[in-house]
Design a protein around this ligand. Structure first.
Ligand SMILES: NC(=O)c1ccc[n+]([C@@H]2O[C@H](COP(=O)([O-])OP(=O)(O)OC[C@H]3O[C@@H](n4cnc5c(N)ncnc54)[C@H](OP(=O)(O)O)[C@@H]3O)[C@@H](O)[C@H]2O)c1
Length: 246
């Protein structure tokens, strides 16, 4: 079977790192962004490029209609759409909370549902990888909205992995700590804020999206054919260990 991967949020930092890695691994790529100009700025005329908004049911419906029209069968999904919306919950505006849920949880739900529908229709084995966050795994100040969205994403993927295991559709996620991408740029824009962010991690430093992309590529690969319903943390131990502070 051809290896054809759909990357959403493909113009973003993680999306670009993953596109590079999957291309090296021999995947054909279908790249999605809300902004077609950004896609062609980044990728030129390479790959199949589709302009749609994966945070709405209509956008996802159109996306898969365009994929079908081009007779493409995608058997891998890397859903890289999302943002980092921080703020204490008593001060967060309702609109900001909804926007956070839409970008991080609803987009994952709609896109995964569309991907599953596509693969069931073509009766093919498939694999999806979503992107959670360390904030879903351990209480982190001012991360209430993003924790709600990504915690929902993790619970959703386990449910979906159970539902579709018999159809040979695997669903996993990665949960990064802070990475150097446009989404985190304002959080680590000065030496001081960057240094403070780095020190929060047992293995200190700001993550490289290429390292996260490597794990995502493995989860999509045939080597991971027995892996489903899992969330792999890539956060310098932030959510799992508490070393002695010296
Ligand atoms: N960077 C970090 O420190 C960090 C840490 C933990 C988790 N994450 C997660 O990692 C994933 C990738 O993010 P990134 O760091 O690569 O950020 P990024 O460079 O900003 O890329 C994310 C992409 O998501 C799309 N997007 C954002 N908001 C959207 C919305 N409301 N509706 C539809 N699409 C939207 C954008 O694509 P278009 O504008 O092209 O459509 C954007 O390019 C996200 O799920 C993020 O939550 C990031």
């Amino acid at each position: 079977m051809d290896k054809v991967a759909l990357i959403t949020g493909a113009s973003g930092g993680l999306g670009q790192a993953l596109a590079e890695k999957l291309q090296q691994d021999g995947w054909q790529l279908v790249l999605v962004s809300r902004d077609g100009q950004r896609l062609s700025d980044v990728y030129g005329a390479q790959h199949t490029q589709i302009t749609q908004d994966c945070s709405t049911p209509e956008g996802v419906q159109q996306l898969f209609a365009q994929i079908e029209q081009q007779s493409i069968k995608v058997n891998a999904l890397a859903h890289c759409v999302g943002n980092i919306r921080l703020g204490a919950m008593h001060r967060m505006a309702h609109e900001d909370f909804i926007a956070c849920m839409q970008a991080n949880l609803f987009s994952a739900y709609y896109t995964l549902a569309g991907f599953i529908q596509h693969n069931k229709q073509h009766q093919q084995a498939a694999s999806a990888v979503l992107v959670s966050s360390a904030a879903a795994r351990i209480g982190t100040p001012n991360h209430e909205a993003i924790a709600a969205a990504k915690g929902g994403l993790e619970a959703m993927l386990r449910g979906a992995a159970a539902t579709y295991a018999s159809a040979n559709i695997r669903i996993n996620a990665v949960a990064p700590g802070i990475m150097q991408t446009p989404a985190s740029a304002t959080l680590i824009s000065s030496d001081l804020t960057r240094d403070i962010a780095s020190k929060q991690y047992p293995i200190p430093g700001i993550g490289d999206p290429k390292q996260v992309a490597d794990v995502m590529a493995w989860l999509l690969s045939a080597q991971a054919e027995k892996v489903t319903g899992q969330v792999w943390s890539i956060d310098g131990g932030f959510s799992a260990i508490r070393p002695i502070v010296k």
